[in-house]
Each structure stands twice: as structure tokens, then as C-alpha cells.
Design a protein around this ligand. Structure first.
Ligand code: URA
Length: 200
């Protein structure tokens, strides 16, 4: 299938990453440390899309290396997916935050920021050309589906995307970290692993 996006035959993830390092398509680059581009093999069959880099990711320059990333690693392993074979990226590639004392508190990216950053996600999709895209959470879903999606009612049901891949929606791993009740959290985690296994 064809993404319909004319990005030139020789575009690589490395070249996109280099361009994205200087991105000024929205204002988030002003306060973030650096652009956090996607990571993984260009021939990956599975692409995972998160929301935006967090504090740790902003400093490391790599997606999903903080607490949510550690949970994601565990869930992928349990689902039988080797993270090294997956292309991992975010809908928005700069950390959006609010300073609170010495800490930087995560802020949700807004629609214009998600739309501006789709420029990069579309190119990652066109280069990697995955078979399956897993959108984790509402922000990723907005970017991938191009519309607002109710995560809890639409999760877990794969659909065909005209760009030539299957898409599946699931929760964001941070949602699991934020669920205070232990039993609820464990159930949410098991459902998350089941979604990943289903996608595999
Ligand atoms: N949350 C995300 O959505 N992405 C990351 O890279 C880290 C945390």
C-alpha cells in the first residue's frame, strides 16, 4: 500500500531525525531540551506511538526511557514482543511542561501541537511502513486516526488504515502508573499486555 506522502525515495529515519532536531513547527522547541525522535529499525513490522517525551526522555533524547518506558518494556516482554524489533515514537516530539520549583510537570499537548507534529509522524510512517501501528492513549490516537477517539470504548479493536497498515488503540502506560487502586491497576496492566499480544 501507499502512504500517499511524497517524501522522496531516499529519505531515511536518520535524515528525518536530523531535520527534526531543528524543528520550529510549534513553540514547544523553545523550552524543551531537544527533539526526541522515534527509535527502532526502519523495517519494523510494529510501530508504537506514545504521547510526548517526558522529563527523562527530554534529557536522554530517547523515547520511553523513564518510568512509563520501564513499564512498557515489561509489558512488551510479557506480550512476547522484543522492543528492539519495534519502532517506538511519540505523537509530539518535544516535552511540554510547566516548571514547579525544580521539577518539570508534564502538560498535555494541545490539538495545534499534535497537528504540527504530524508532519514527522507521517514521515516516520511512510519510511518504516509498519504492518501494525499501536496508538497508546488519546494523543497518539488523535495523531494516527486524525480524529478524537474515546480510548476506553475503542481500544483493542484493530482496523485498517488507508495508508496501508492495521491500527490498534490501547491505553498509555502512564495511565497504568496513575491508577491508584492496586487491583484496578493490575487489571489495567493485564488488559494492556493483552492488547499488545493481540497486536503481535
Ligand atoms: N510518555 C510518552 O508518551 N512518551 C515517552 O516517550 C515517555 C513517556
Amino acid at each position: 500500500a501507499d502512504s500517499g506522502l511524497d517524501i522522496g525515495p531516499n529519505t531515511t529515519i536518520a535524515a528525518l531525525r536530523e531535520d527534526a532536531a531543528h524543528c520550529t513547527r510549534c513553540d514547544l522547541y523553545k523550552d524543551a531540551t531537544q527533539t526526541v525522535f522515534g527509535v527502532g529499525p526502519s523495517d519494523a513490522r510494529v510501530m508504537l506511538v506514545g504521547e510526548q517525551p517526558g522529563d527523562k526522555e527530554d534529557l536522554a533524547g530517547l523515547p520511553f526511557v523513564g518510568p512509563a518506558g520501564q513499564l512498557l518494556d515489561r509489558a512488551l516482554a510479557e506480550a512476547g514482543i522484543d522492543r528492539d524489533t519495534v519502532y517506538v515514537t511519540n505523537a509530539v516530539k518535544h516535552f511540554k511542561f510547566e516548571p514547579r520549583g525544580k521539577r518539570r510537570i508534564h502538560k498535555k499537548p494541545d490539538r495545534p501541537e499534535i497537528e504540527a507534529c504530524k508532519w514527522w509522524l507521517e514521515r516516520e510512517l511512510a519510511v518504516v511502513h509498519p504492518e501494525v501501528v499501536i496508538a497508546m492513549g488519546a494523543t497518539a490516537a488523535q495523531a494516527v486516526y486524525g480524529r478524537a477517539v474515546k480510548v476506553m470504548s475503542e481500544r483493542g479493536r484493530p482496523s485498517d488504515d488507508p495508508r496501508g497498515f492495521r491500527v490498534m488503540l490501547t491505553v498509555h502506560p502512564s495511565f497504568l502508573l496513575r491508577t491508584p487502586d492496586l487491583e484496578q491497576r493490575e487489571r489495567a496492566y493485564r488488559d494492556f499486555v493483552a492488547d499488545l499480544r493481540h497486536a503481535r
